[in-house]
Design a protein around this ligand. Structure first.
Ligand code: ADP
Ligand code: MG
Length: 426
């Protein structure tokens, strides 16, 4: 029979006393875990299985689930707007969500197994890693994680949107800068997850502009660019290479970046499609270039006193969508090819810097280490002031991706380590 061993970083003894600040990021031993330390966790458990739930729907999507738990009706956009200052404070500064994709045909053909289990109605996830003992017998090591939300393979893009971006949209009319990242190895579903989000968000933004903010002079702008090998390319202008400059007020701007003012969803759709087509390449292949670039789509809300399309329109808020380079590419630092090595080093640097910036944000540190990489420099203005960050970690379920999956989950976990500050804030 398979032996279940615990990972070394788990606490060994259920009686060990652990203060909240010691809660190690990553591997939580759920059995010895004191749920009182984490109100949110116990919260998601109790009311969930009440009578109001349809038992024929065993894998109720996490989004519906958490919305019900929090008492937020679905499609809550307009509702959440009334009393939004109060609500704004309720939208977590940082949210880390994991999305598992289904096994694909290739993996099934290779008889790879699904090694990820997600407890229904929970935000717990377990990776079952098969290992070999010294005598070459197999055993399974279980790695347990907990995140703000865990989305299984049945969850639709629509539900991903309502779990991640939808609650943030109203805030960007109030000076909030929000960023949504997709992190994960190549082929884990980052692009699949990210591509529909900006369009859905634009749809809601335009609706709010017309319904709630009519005649207040708000304007919506779209830009779309790519960072490849530490250089910036405009995806809405034939991949023109652009430079970054810092102005006197330490604002970083990308010189010459095309920004389109948009007022209907169809135009936005066309721009997004154009940008996607201009990206290094569209779909995932083993050595395909887009896996080594970060694609950044920004929706900016501006306002001008007279409602004109003038250069005087001032930035109000911003929503950025970032399809990050494949996380495994950061390890391309020993490749034979010099170019690939350098790109790998840049990716590694940017993913590390990103993590540090998000962590610094969460701890309300005055100093945010933007300068670590091109990616974080570009995002600098989104990390100051009232900001929100959503990270969607994409994982493949297959046994063949086990190592990458664990790396992705550990990264996600470090982004949101359970610091003392975090717990008291909840
Ligand atoms: P990445 O951008 O991380 O390299 P992709 O988004 O290109 O990965 O996804 C790889 C493949 O898996 C694509 O063919 C995509 O359509 C498919 N895929 C990814 N996530 C899902 C999902 N949740 N449901 C169904 N298919 C998915
Ligand atoms: Mg991709």
């Amino acid at each position: 029979p398979p032996v279940t061993s615990r990972s070394s970083s788990m606490r060994k003894n259920a009686d060990d006393h652990v203060s909240p600040s010691e809660l190690s990021p990553g591997l939580l031993d759920l059995h010895s875990f004191d749920t009182e330390l984490l109100p949110e966790m116990s919260f998601t458990r109790a009311p969930v299985l009440g009578k109001s739930f349809d038992d024929s729907e065993p894998y109720m999507s996490t989004s519906k689930l958490t919305n019900r738990i929090r008492g937020v009706p679905e499609n809550s956009l307009l509702k959440s707007f009334s009393g939004d200052k109060e609500r704004a404070n309720n939208v977590a500064k940082i949210k880390v969500v994991v999305r598992k994709r289904p096994l694909n045909k290739k993996e099934i053909a290779k008889k790879e197994e699904d090694i990820i289990t997600i407890q229904p109605h929970s935000n717990y996830l377990t990776v079952h890693e098969t290992k070999l003992k010294v005598d070459l017998t197999e055993y399974v090591e279980r790695h347990e994680f907990v995140f703000d939300a865990v989305l299984n393979e049945d969850v639709t893009n629509e539900e991903v949107y309502s779990e991640t971006v939808e609650p943030i949209v109203p805030l960007i009319f109030h000076r909030t800068k929000a960023t949504c990242f997709a992190y994960g190895q190549t082929g884990s579903g980052k692009t699949y997850t990210m591509q529909p989000l900006p369009l859905k968000a634009s749809h809601d933004i335009l609706r709010l502009m017309h319904q709630m903010h009519r005649s207040q002079g708000f304007q919506l702008y779209v830009s779309f660019f790519e960072i490849y090998g530490g250089k910036v390319f405009d995806l809405l202008n034939d991949r023109k290479k652009l430079c970054m400059r810092e102005d006197g007020k330490q604002q970083v701007c990308i010189v010459g970046l095309q920004e389109y003012r948009v007022s209907n969803v169809d135009t936005i759709r066309e721009l997004i499609e154009k940008g996607n087509a201009t990206r290094s390449t569209g779909t995932t292949g083993a050595n395909e270039e887009s896996s080594r670039s970060h694609a950044i789509l920004q929706l900016a809300i501006k306002r001008s006193a007279d409602g004109s399309d003038s250069k005087l329109a001032r930035l109000v808020g911003k929503l950025s969508f970032i399809d990050l380079a494949g996380s495994e590419r950061g390890a391309d630092t020993t490749d034979n090819d010099k170019q690939t090595r350098m790109e790998g080093a840049e990716i590694n640097k940017s993913l590390l810097a990103l993590k540090e910036c998000i962590r610094a944000l969460d701890n309300d540190q005055g100093h945010i280490p933007f300068r670590g990489s091109k990616l974080t420099e570009v995002l600098r203005d989104s990390f100051v002031g009232d900001s929100r960050t959503v990270m969607i970690s994409c994982i493949s379920p297959s046994s063949g991706s086990c190592e990458h999956t664990i790396n992705t989950l550990r990264y996600a976990d470090r982004v949101k380590s359970l610091s003392k500050g975090n717990i008291s804030k909840r």
